[in-house]
Design a protein around this ligand. Structure first.
Ligand SMILES: Nc1nc2c(c(=O)[nH]1)N[C@H]1C(S)=C(S)[C@@H](COP(=O)(O)O)O[C@H]1N2
Ligand SMILES: [Mo]
Length: 409
């Protein structure tokens, strides 16, 4: 089947969905620069396509909708709404109308069941704001060697935004959290198109749910959430990977038992002991593995690409962003000699520990030749990026120090 036919067909069968109406007039272009570590087929099959209200993003899959942010939009500390990446697991994504939308709170460990519409949610609880990174667990999966199965993301399955909403804790406390509560589970309005597809339901430990920074957001950078990013409300689970950031949030379930289901286990697991110092998720951990929790410290170079050519005596700027799971970035170091020596980069404005932090470092190569540039971020706890990939079956936590060749002529 040719790509045109595929898009036309998918558009037809999805016509009722908010994102389904996008197929007919999709703007398409060749994809921009992508990391050299991606498989050739992955780079070749990626095109730029504009979802409604979005600039052209790198399409990784159409159904479900998985679109990656091009590196050009990751130069700023805050990612624009119209360039923010889009990740859905299931293909049944309804168009949620604000007037029909309700948030239900209940469960065995809830004092009582409650239901909110948007006006009540906004009125009854204090509004809070937080700048925080949403990064897909599988960001950079496409760069794994050997290859692992899943969406073949490059470096742009992430974004940073200022979120406005209410504290999840305040909403839970209104219902009442009983002593036996161990997890809070949540569901969104989306579903599978086949009954056999497991619904996307996730949970977090009750302590993380009651953390003062965990929130139900209805605004992103001062605007209502885009449909593709979860209108009208989504969870913000600062420091933890995107899988917990439930979009089109409809249900909160205060639980006395661990949440089951495919998306809690076997999905979204990391092998026990391979990654040091992660936030615990004790009610879900097994001897073999544990749910992925906080984001590992990482950085991205956005000013130059591998294979860049410059002239002798020209100033080269090594700039980009660094982030982690909420300890905050303490230092970004740059090497221009393949890791033999390291210099500190200048850090940009501090938007708080859950945010991207910009950095920049300048040098002027006087000699011709190939300079191997590396960037390494360290967080406030002293965690730093790895020099070699820590392999794991699902392709998570890729935070290998980038190696960028700059040819000086
Ligand atoms: N309802 C719903 N929420 C969801 C998902 C989903 O498939 N359905 N995917 C999650 C995952 S894995 C990620 S990485 C983030 C992506 O958020 P974004 O699409 O706003 O970038 O949404 C999360 N919330
Ligand atoms: Mo994700």
């Amino acid at each position: 089947m040719k790509k045109r036919d595929f898009l036309a067909g998918a558009g037809g069968s999805l016509a009722a969905g908010a994102l389904g109406a996008l197929a007919p007039g999709l703007a398409r272009a060749a994809a921009p620069w992508q990391p050299g570590e991606l498989a050739e087929g992955t780079v070749d099959s990626a095109t730029l396509e504009a979802l409604p209200g979005k600039v052209p993003l790198i399409k990784r899959s159409y159904r479900p909708t998985n679109y990656e942010t091009p590196i050009d939009y990751l130069r700023t500390a805050i990612t624009p709404n119209n360039a923010f990446f889009v990740r859905w697991h299931l293909s049944g994504i309804p168009e949620v109308k604000l007037r029909d939308w309700r948030l239900k709170v209940g469960g065995e460990a809830a004092g009582k069941a409650l239901e909110f519409d948007m006006a009540t949610l906004r009125r009854e609880f204090e509004q809070v704001e937080l700048v925080a990174v949403c990064q897909c667990s599988g960001n950079r999966r496409g760069m794994f060697q050997p290859h692992v199965a899943g969406v073949e993301w490059g470096v742009g399955a992430m974004g940073n935004a200022r979120w406005t909403g209410v504290r999840l804790r305040d909403v839970l406390d209104k219902a009442g959290v009983k002593g036996g509560a161990i997890e809070v589970a949540f569901n969104g309005a989306d579903g599978g198109v086949f009954p056999a597809t497991p619904d996307f339901v996730k949970s977090i430990p009750v302590d993380k749910a009651r953390d003062e920074h965990t929130m139900i957001a209805f605004e992103m950078n001062g605007k209502p959430l885009p449909a593709a990013n979860g209108f009208p409300a989504r969870l913000i689970v600062p420091g933890w990977t995107g899988t917990y950031w439930m979009k089109q949030l409809t249900d909160l379930d205060i639980r006395t038992k661990p949440q089951g289901g495919f998306w809690m286990n076997p999905a979204y697991r990391v092998p026990a002991g391979r990654f040091p110092k992660a936030d615990a998720f004790a009610t879900q951990a097994t001897p073999a593995n544990t749910p992925i929790t906080d984001i590992v410290v990482n950085s991205l170079v956005t000013s130059i690409h591998d294979g860049e050519r410059v002239h002798r005596g020209q100033t080269v700027e090594v700039a980009g962003i660094a982030w982690d799971g909420g300890r905050g970035i303490r230092e970004v170091q740059v090497s221009i000699d393949a890791g033999r020596s390291w210099q500190p980069a200048k850090l940009g404005h501090d938007y708080g520990p859950y945010s991207f932090r910009q950095y920049s470092y300048r040098f002027r190569p006087e000699k011709e030749g190939v300079y191997l540039v590396m960037v390494k971020a360290t967080n406030a706890r002293g965690d730093t990026q790895t020099m070699n990939l820590v392999h794991n079956p699902a392709g998570y936590h890729h935070n290998v120090v980038e190696r960028i060749q700059v040819e000086v002529v």
